[in-house]
Design a protein around this ligand. Structure first.
Ligand code: PMV
Length: 325
């Protein structure tokens, strides 16, 4: 019987395909080196205790039977809902104390929520010897995201579970690893926190008014992703840069751009980036630029446009056990 398990899972960066992926199209996502860790300790009592110091949550406690019911603390909701789903599906005896340690700030929009959910499910699975495989961890974690935010493709959950760089279709219909050695992307944070659900809703409203146009845009984005998959496999950065620029145009047409994001994208292009685009829902959060041989110049240009460079490595490993006692 295990007493303590420490697991970690990566954040993510959308390369191509956001928004369209919510509606049955594919996307390309890479896992990043920033990770969240959960230390799970087994408890005899059927209670779940949560400590998440990065969101100022200490000493939160709920009985297993009450998980997800009544008032759910904002800072605890991801772990609590994940634990509720785990204990409902696998009614093991006892409880657990879950403590998070984060490498990165939730504010960047780099996937801390999906990463913490995946860590919670994986740590409970290992602590109670349930032995969930990657697909089962994905399914339970994706269900948790849908319980909390109602919408989402699950691409971020897939990155946290499988790691690497993935070709992903909504809901995990296809999760295909793409073997690459390098991915010379630069990440710039706009300083503005974006709300993914609001942006998905905004695009859905547009699709109600202009269904033919928006569906056409989604189809074009899907074609960009298919080409992007080949470009990535061949490390054809010129092609990937072109495709990122096409994708940026379509994201602008969906109305998720902002002046700040555009300024950063154009600054990157003017400084020699092969391509640059919004990464994620838009409205704020981050842009991603493909550096080529001009990394330092592109980084300075993004900073001069008011962005903050976030140093991350791409293609990071998925959820893993760091320690087990
Ligand atoms: O804002 P982010 O980084 O969580 O990305 C959202 C990407 C969307 O396609 C808009 C939503 C989704 O779940 O795929």
């Amino acid at each position: 019987m295990k007493h303590e398990v420490i697991v970690s899972a990566p954040g993510k960066l959308m390369i191509l395909g956001e928004h369209a992926v919510v509606y049955g199209r594919p996307c390309l996502v890479t896992a990043i080196s920033q990770r969240i860790k959960i230390r799970a300790v087994r408890l005899k009592q059927p209670v779940v205790k949560i400590d998440a110091p990065d969101v100022n949550l200490l000493g939160y406690e709920k009985r297993v039977a009450e998980l997800g019911k009544g008032a759910v603390n904002k800072g605890a909701k991801f772990i609590e809902t994940a634990a509720a789903n785990f204990f409902e599906k696998y009614p093991v005896a006892g409880g657990a104390k879950l403590e998070t340690v984060s490498d990165f700030f939730p504010k960047f929009g780099l996937g801390s929520s999906s990463s913490v959910i995946v860590c919670a499910i994986k740590s409970l699975s290992d602590l109670f010897d349930v032995g969930l495989d990657s697909r089962e961890i994905f399914d339970l974690s994706y269900r948790t995201i849908l319980d909390i935010q109602g919408k989402g493709s699950g691409f971020d959950v897939a990155a946290a579970v499988y790691g690497g760089t993935l070709y992903f279709v909504s809901g995990g219909k296809i999760i295909e690893p793409i073997a690459i050695e390098t991915l010379p992307l630069i990440v710039g944070y706009s300083g503005v926190k974006a709300d993914t659900v609001t942006l998905i809703e905004q695009v859905a409203q547009k699709a109600k008014i202009y269904p033919r146009i928006i569906n056409g845009v989604y189809d074009q984005i899907a074609a960009i992703v298919e080409n992007g998959k080949i470009a990535l496999k061949n490390e054809n950065w010129d092609a990937l840069g072109d495709l990122m620029n096409f994708n940026q145009g379509y994201l602008e047409s969906l109305g998720v751009g902002t002046k700040k994001l555009s300024d950063m994208v154009w600054a990157a292009i003017d400084a020699g980036a092969r391509g640059a685009k919004i990464s994620g829902a838009g409205g704020g959060d981050c842009i991603v630029a493909l550096a080529g041989g001009t990394r330092a110049a592109v980084e300075s240009a993004i900073e001069a446009a008011g962005g903050e460079i976030i140093k991350v490595e791409m293609n990071a490993p998925g959820v893993k056990v760091e320690q087990c006692v």
